[in-house]
Design a protein around this ligand. Structure first.
Ligand code: 5GP
Length: 216
């Protein structure tokens, strides 16, 4: 009995960690570093109709699909949320997420405010949302240009949209200003670690305490 208490990690339900930001605020880098450092965190790989960028890999960064396939997924209720962003369709496949949560694994979502609103409606208790802000407009623009993977008109379009996107900061549980990437990753990890300890997520607590009390 006592041995079981020592060994057994308390059974926990996974959480949905959402990161949103305007393009260029550093969210993708933060996501990548988080996934490297957090063994129990897996990325929700979205489907999108956007053309693949040169460095991207199908099935790793996104599942790149055409509009007809996207529409079929919507009709089949296969997407947990979906939205149109900059003229392209994006969506979160439902299947892997609920399985991961039930197994106590946390899932990271790199999605926009529209998707976050939908997840908030559908799964508030499982959701932890973080909005990443750039340190300044100048820095945002510099980062967008340094990326240089998109045509000029796309960059300009995204900068115009950034102000709109940032207006949604108040809909998030946590807000981080990404001045220093290491500091930002550390902050998101603090959020993740604290949220894992929420009493309601630790499904095995009741049994665990029962055992503790019986052994006293
Ligand atoms: P990008 O095309 O630069 O990879 O992403 C553009 C925007 O779409 C980003 O803000 C990203 O977070 C968002 N996005 C990516 N995947 C999804 C998704 O599955 N659902 C929603 N709602 N937004 C997404």
């Amino acid at each position: 009995m006592v041995e079981a208490v020592r060994q057994g990690p308390i059974k926990r339900r996974g959480l949905m960690l959402v990161l949103s930001s305007p393009s260029g605020a550093g969210k993708t880098t933060i996501s990548r570093m988080l996934l490297e450092r957090e063994a129990d965190l897996m990325l929700s790989i979205s489907v999108t109709t956007r053309p693949k960028r040169p460095k991207e890999r199908d099935g790793v960064d996104y599942h790149f699909i055409d509009q007809a396939a996207f529409d079929r997924m919507v009709q089949g209720d296969e997407l947990l949320e979906y939205a149109n962003v900059f003229g392209n369709a994006y969506g979160t496949p439902r299947a892997t997420v609920s399985q991961a949560l039930d197994q106590g694994r946390d899932v990271l979502f790199d999605i926009d405010w529209q998707g976050t609103q939908q997840l908030t409606e559908k799964a508030r208790d499982d959701l932890v949302s973080v909005f990443v802000l750039p340190p300044s407009t100048e820095e945002l623009e510099r980062r967008l240009r340094a990326r240089a993977q998109d045509p000029e008109e796309v960059v300009r379009g995204r900068m115009a949209k950034a102000a709109d996107e940032m207006s949604h900061w108040a809909e998030y549980d946590y807000v981080i200003v990404n001045t220093d990437i290491e500091a930002s990753v550390a902050e998101v990890r603090e959020v993740l670690h604290a949220e894992r300890l929420k009493r309601e997520r630790q499904k095995g607590l009741r049994d665990f305490v029962e055992v503790l009390r019986a052994g006293s």
